[in-house]
Design a protein. Structure first.
Length: 307
């Protein structure tokens, strides 16, 4: 790595929420410090039991470092903290198991720098080791109305399309918020929902659907990174499955246009999703999915009775 005096700076605060993944975190930070242009600061938001000192020593040889310890684990709460902790007008939020390619920061800032009117609120990079769906998987998604062949769209029945094969700058409805750079004012105007502890499934979709109604969201393949999806610190499959479908139901209920057509499409897509988990023998996820749907319906009925 080059020293801190040999490279230009970009006005970016890099914020990394983390929980008990010191090896992944080190690899992520080393990729930041190997950028062609350095960020003004790196901020680690710790939900676990990190030994801060070696990371401070690593970062401060190159740029500024901040460390914040939280008591209640929540990825949404960590992301909401970034607007308070960051000193720059641009905030790059990274999952701790990501690794940037050398020109990631420059590529992201190039987009913001040419956006003279400030219409673009979020710029997301492209994950180059992402799993590419097979033709059969793509056909199943189309059959169950989970995809329409366009990149990064949120369908009216609250299922999001992915980024498979994206090779040019594209405006989208949602982004992966752990691989994205935000204008600070976007995070000041919009908050991630903190209703669940730990990882809040589909928080990126819900957040993107709200933000995209005011700001443009763009994905640029010029900003490339790896996402390794570390197994460390993850919740059980049943808990994850529960959150996935409970939150999907809530997103559709709160942000979608709930009419007969969209409700039919939503039910069909949800059936396909649960069957897909069973077909992959991910039975814990499938059971959690069913429990999430039942719990949402119970909560919905209870709220109606109270009103």
């Amino acid at each position: 790595m080059m020293s801190r005096v040999n490279r230009p700076r970009v006005p970016v605060s890099v914020c990394i929420p983390t929980k008990d993944r010191p090896d992944d975190l080190r690899r992520c930070i080393e990729s930041i410090l190997s950028q062609a242009s350095l960020p003004e600061e790196i901020i680690v938001i710790d939900d676990g039991h990190l030994n801060e000192r070696p990371f401070r020593e690593l970062v401060e040889a190159h740029t500024n470092f901040k460390y914040f310890k939280k008591d209640r684990p929540s990825t949404a709460a960590s992301k909401n903290l970034t607007k308070t902790l960051a000193s720059c007008d641009f905030i790059l939020i990274l999952d701790d198991d990501t690794v940037l390619t050398e020109n990631f920061l420059d590529a992201v800032m190039a987009v913001f720098n040419r956006d003279e009117n400030g219409e673009i609120g979020i710029v997301c990079g492209v994950v180059i080791n992402r799993h590419h769906k097979t033709l059969f998987e793509k056909a199943l998604r189309r059959f169950f109305l989970q995809d329409n062949g366009q990149h990064g769209r949120i369908l009216p029945w609250a299922f999001q399309t992915g980024f498979d094969g994206l090779n040019r700058e594209t405006f989208v409805d949602w982004v992966s918020c752990g691989t994205s750079c935000f204008r600070k004012r976007v995070l000041q105007e919009f908050a991630f929902r903190e209703s669940q502890g730990g990882r809040t499934a589909l928080e990126d979709v819900e957040f993107g659907w709200r933000v995209s109604r005011k700001y443009k969201l763009l994905i640029t393949p010029a900003a490339k990174l790896y996402h390794f999806h570390s197994p460390a610190g993850r919740e059980g499959l049943m808990d994850t499955g529960f959150k996935q479908t409970y939150n999907r139901c809530r997103i559709f209920d709160e942000h979608g246009e709930v009419n007969a057509k969209n409700l039919t499409c939503f039910i069909w897509a949800m059936v396909g999703y649960v069957l897909g988990m069973m077909g992959k023998r991910r039975y814990g996820l499938a059971i959690g999915n069913v429990k999430g749907i039942i719990c949402f319906l119970k909560d919905k009925i209870f709220l109606r009775q109270r009103t």
